[in-house]
Design a protein around this ligand. Sequence first.
Ligand code: ZN
Ligand code: ZN
Length: 129
Amino acid sequence: MALFGRSDKEKEAVASSGVPQARPVMGREGYCRICKKRVMFTRCWQRPRPLAKCEACSAPFDNPVAVYAKTIPACPRCGEYLEQAGFEYGMCDGCGSKYEFVQGAKASLLPNRVQRDEMDKVGRAWIRE
Ligand SMILES: [Zn+2]
Ligand SMILES: [Zn+2]
């Protein structure tokens, strides 16, 4: 039995080391529509690989391919918008909102739970174009 216990632990170690880590990238300046002004995004990162579980509610995705097949991938359980492989993200220094940076396009807000609830009340148009 001891042998099984050990091999389970090893499997666990492999699984946790296989979690895709965000890669920090240079901070940048951009427009935050929550702060309604240009702000610094000091904390920026690139997501090298698709997520295997939700960062907000930690629900694992049974079928990540299906989850990511959507135009705007979101967690099937809590609705959190997911970071996509190869994309860059940043956190507004002013309000902590998360943005997705697309080359040659305006940064788009990835609203968190509180912001999504607000959107449901007043309509989504103001927050995500
Ligand atoms: Zn979730
Ligand atoms: Zn902001």
